[in-house]
Design a protein around this ligand. Sequence first.
Ligand code: GSH
Length: 209
Amino acid sequence: MSATSMTLYYNSASPFARKVLVLLHETEQTSRVSLKAVSPTPVSPDNELIQENPAGKLPALRLADGNVLHDSRVILDYLDHQHVGNALIPREGSARWRRLTLASLADALLDAALLIRYETFLRPAEKQWREWLDNQQEKITRSLLYFEQEAVTELSSNFDIASISVAAALGYLDFRQPDLNWRSSYPRLAAWYYEVSQRPSMIETQPPA
Ligand SMILES: N[C@@H](CCC(=O)N[C@@H](CS)C(=O)NCC(=O)O)C(=O)O
């Protein structure tokens, strides 16, 4: 595949796009992808992005042959098949299902955080639904507790699909919920996150200040 033969629709604030960018860095494929910044929200879709993904969501990856991949999970899987290094998504066995399940929980945490962002940032204050917001936040709390109690050792073993997804989720919490102070409740997760945050792939893909 020739240089910059793919186009990634992304936004530097998007944690789902960040997962893709981190994998591109980790697998030394950044030069293969041109970046196209888009800023859709559920109430202001991006017309160009809709042509690529009818759901109107980023990330989407246009391949050299014109095919378009979405969502982030599909793109990560595809890109993990395009390099010669160690696979970041285990190809088979129990490791595959465990690492994908941890990644899926990180995505669920992100879905909840993003919905909270939309509810509080886009919806007029008088229409916001407090109980719904609280229950989305509870999804985040339960997921963090699970990662702290059940998964930190596993996450430490390899910086792969699971670790990339959890790291992107924690980065998004710092970005959008800076007062959450999750580190004091989940110290092992905090120590792990501090370590992985030093990786060039994480430094290069930080959300905007
Ligand atoms: N499951 C999707 C979620 C993608 C997603 O929610 N992207 C957000 C930006 S971070 C988006 O495009 N939102 C626009 C919308 O919901 O219309 C994935 O893994 O890629």
